[in-house]
Design a protein around this ligand. Structure first.
Ligand code: NDP
Ligand code: 8X3
Length: 248
């Protein structure tokens, strides 16, 4: 029987690409709010799949969904805490408080709610691997990034703490900090403004979701005596959160 991986935010970008790669070796629990996308993805995956539709901000929905999994799907081996987004890009004095709430509630509290529903089972089984998707934005602030930066700094701190608390239970905790990845991320950040979103990825070759999915696959495929704690993965032309060598 294949081991089980649960991926949050599997309806697009990094999460979706990760589902496609991990389907080779894992049974998958794919999650997100857009049910129709999960249906489509399930139809394309060549592995057994469970779909859970919930908003990671809704603690009750997270708990009910995970508790409601069939008994032979409860022993989750791998958790990919990927769901998240930036909402807005504005100086702190002009920030939209609803955007701030969304980023803190999704990127930090949502990650915690999902983790809280899954970690006790991993502790009982003395087995598991959690990969949190942080960001270069979680080790370097940039102008107008403020609350998104704070949310990813939060993921960075949480990952370190989780690793310490869970090490004695044989649970590995890793973090990947991607740089610029061409996904729906900027469409969400700029609230559907395609022109602004496309500009983020012009003049250089950005990372693709597949690159991060392959990094996840690599981390999970290391032998038991190797724990990849942290990986910063930038685009080829990127030196830092703010420095990209653009052609034009
Ligand atoms: P996408 O916008 O393509 O994907 C985001 C995913 O998160 C979607 O599947 C979305 O599903 C899910 N999601 C968002 N909000 C919620 C919510 N409230 N409840 C449940 N699921 C939610 O972006 P990426 O693939 O790029 O982003 C994935 C992760 O990677 C995020 O944590 C992001 O911060 C991080 N990251 C991205 C980078 C980039 O440049 N793209 C760089 C560094 C880190 P749905 O809308 O269906 O709920
Ligand atoms: C996404 C990468 O640099 O746009 O976390 O914040 S960045």
């Amino acid at each position: 029987m294949k081991p089980i991986a649960l991926i949050t935010g599997a309806t697009s970008g990094i999460g979706e690409a990760t589902a496609r790669i991990l389907a080779k070796k894992y049974r998958l629990i794919i999650t997100g709010r857009r049910a129709e996308r999960l249906d489509q993805l399930e139809s394309e995956l060549k592995t057994e799949v469970q779909k859970l539709v919930f908003d990671v901000r809704d603690r009750e929905a997270v708990n009910n969904s995970i508790e409601g999994l069939p008994s032979d799907w409860k022993a989750i081996d791998v958790l990919i805490n990927n769901a998240g987004n930036a909402h807005g890009l504005a100086p702190i004095q002009e920030g939209n408080v609803d955007d701030w709430d969304a980023m803190i509630d999704i990127n930090i509290k949502g990650l915690l709610y999902v983790s809280k529903a899954i970690i006790p089972g991993m502790v009982d089984r003395q087995k598991g691997h959690i990969i949190n998707i942080g960001s270069v934005a979680g080790i370097e602030a940039y102008p107008n990034g403020n609350v998104y930066n704070a949310s990813k700094y939060g993921v960075n701190g949480l990952t370190q703490g989780m690793r310490m608390d869970l090490i004695s239970h044989n649970i590995k905790v890793s973090e990947i900090k991607p740089g610029l990845v061409q996904t729906e991320f900027s469409e969400v950040r700029f609230k559907g403004d395609q022109e602004k979103a496309e500009k983020v990825y012009q003049g250089y070759d950005p990372l693709q979701a597949q690159d991060i999915a392959e990094t996840i696959e690599f981390i999970l495929s290391r032998p038991a005596h190797v724990n990849i704690a942290d990986m910063l993965v930038l685009a080829g032309s990127q030196a830092s959160a703010t420095m990209v060598n653009k052609k034009s």
